[in-house]
Design a protein around this ligand. Structure first.
Ligand SMILES: Nc1ncnc2c1ncn2[C@@H]1O[C@H](COP(=O)(O)OP(=O)(O)O)[C@@H](O)[C@H]1O
Ligand SMILES: [Mg+2]
Length: 242
């Protein structure tokens, strides 16, 4: 098989992510998945599982148009309608407010008509309301990369989802520090997001390397984790999570 970068077709369409016979390959042409076909529609959550290095983040790089498509086709919303939450989210220089609205500016927030009170709701959604109480003001400037713990940074990045309301949220291994806190039963629930936005589906990656109690419970609920060296897909509709 000869792989030509950029030879795949990227089609922009709202509320769907669909790979059709697309190889997943690194920019230097190493093939991670020969032939990928799957579809995710709005309102559906997908958990992408597989061992380290199998290509979960690579899939998201292709979705984010950071990497070329080497063949087949990819139907997805315009890049601006996807929001990527990395494992180690970036905190920007500036105020507490700037962390929630990133990459927007305060002026953009005002133009969108989103008040600071609404931002407080978003912080509360991810159980970060105490940060505002601690700082006393949205204008508090700190070295947020340093001040916030790893889990708090991930939750801050989740708060950004409520603010930006993307069509798809792509959560790359940010489940361990966040979701298990959201749901004491160890489920990968996206409920807080879907309730807020109505339509927001999510893709999440999980390399199965965590070993806390909640994780074991998750394994039991899953009927044990499949350790096959390939990406496997689990779909879960919002209905299932209720
Ligand atoms: N920029 C890059 N160029 C070439 N290969 C890469 C690049 N980034 C990652 N890879 C390789 O692609 C493979 C899949 O990586 P990745 O998608 O990050 O795995 P994971 O499933 O753990 O998220 C790995 O072998 C990794 O070394
Ligand atoms: Mg990864």
């Amino acid at each position: 098989m000869v792989l030509v970068p950029g030879s795949g077709h990227v089609i922009n369409r709202d509320n769907i992510i669909k790979f059709e016979h697309a190889p997943l390959a690194t920019p230097n042409g190493d093939v991670l998945i020969k032939d990928l076909t799957f579809e995710v529609r709005s309102g559906t959550n997908v958990l992408v599982c597989g061992p380290n290095g199998c290509g979960k983040s690579s899939l998201f790089r292709v979705l984010g148009e950071l990497w070329p498509l080497f063949g087949g086709s990819l139907t997805k919303p315009d890049r601006g309608k996807l929001f990527y939450v990395p494992q180690r989210p970036y905190m920007t220089l500036g105020s507490l407010r700037d962390q929630v609205i990133y990459p927007d500016t305060h002026e953009q927030q005002q133009r969108k008509g989103i008040s600071d009170q609404v931002l407080k709701e978003y912080l509360d959604n991810v159980q970060l309301g105490h940060i505002l109480e601690r700082e006393a003001t949205w204008d508090s400037v700190q070295d947020w990369m340093d001040v916030l713990s790893g889990g708090e940074k991930q939750r801050m990045a989740m708060a950004r989802l409520f603010y930006h309301k993307p069509q798809f949220a792509i959560l790359d291994e940010c489940t361990s520090a966040f979701y298990l806190h959201m749901d004491g039963r160890g489920n990968y629930e996206f409920k807080p997001i879907t309730e807020e936005t109505g339509v927001l589906p999510a893709l999440a990656a999980d390399d199965g390397n965590r070993d806390d109690d909640a994780d074991e419970q998750q394994d039991e609920e899953d009927g044990g984790r499949d350790d096959a060296h390939r990406v496997h897909w689990k779909t879960k509709t919002n209905k299932d999570t209720n």
